[in-house]
Design a protein around this ligand. Sequence first.
Ligand code: MLT
Length: 257
Amino acid sequence: MDLDLPHTDHGPRAGLPILLLHGFPLDHGMWAAQERALAAAGFRVLAPDLRGMGKAPPGKGPGSMGAYAGDVLRLADRAGLRRFALAGFSMGGYVAFEVARRAPERLLGLALVDTRMEPDSEEGRRGRAAMMEKVRQQGPQALVDAMLSKMLSNSAPSEAVERVRATMMRTPIDGAVQALEAMAARPDSTATLRGLACPVLVVVGEQDALTPPDAARAMAQAARDARLVVVPGAHLTPVESPDAVAEAMLAWARGLA
Ligand code: MLT
């Protein structure tokens, strides 16, 4: 069943709508700088918490990309958005691909930030299963131990690292397990990306080890109309290089208006 996602809604109502989908195990707060910049430039910016993260309750049953995408489309319907631009960071990118499979005609543009189009490898799926077990036993501390050092580079400000740590620690166990299930089961999105006619922005951190620059280059090559922007930082570039990511997203969004 689709959920009503808690979300922020900034900028003029009549502005071109942009939905921002956060990554795992995070919440909409990771987009604060880009949300501010886009809203100040006249775009209507909606940033939900995806189910089982931030303030959104987990859904029922095993996690699937279909469930996350259904929630996003319900949010768009409830906000009265017939067509909208969509930006997804990492897992948010996987969700954005599922939205693109279900409703390509509704997308005005797609921004893929530190994400990848390929599914998990067999080894990756085994890693997800092991992480589910650890999270069930140790709670979100297991996520912090495994992921925090890969999210931000050594040069990220310590307040940013602490904010991200606190967000990760608030992730409910069910929400984390469902996200891991959904990511492990996600399909290959190469054909989805190739089939999209809308302008695509690809952003990647030059030191991103989770979704590396090679994966970003492959997406930029697969899309029909793409721009690739490489910015300083590791995985969580919207937090680590907020202005560079905002600038790339502003240029992309202005091209859609
Ligand atoms: C994320 O940042 O959303 C996740 O690390 C993505 C993943 O684990 O594949």
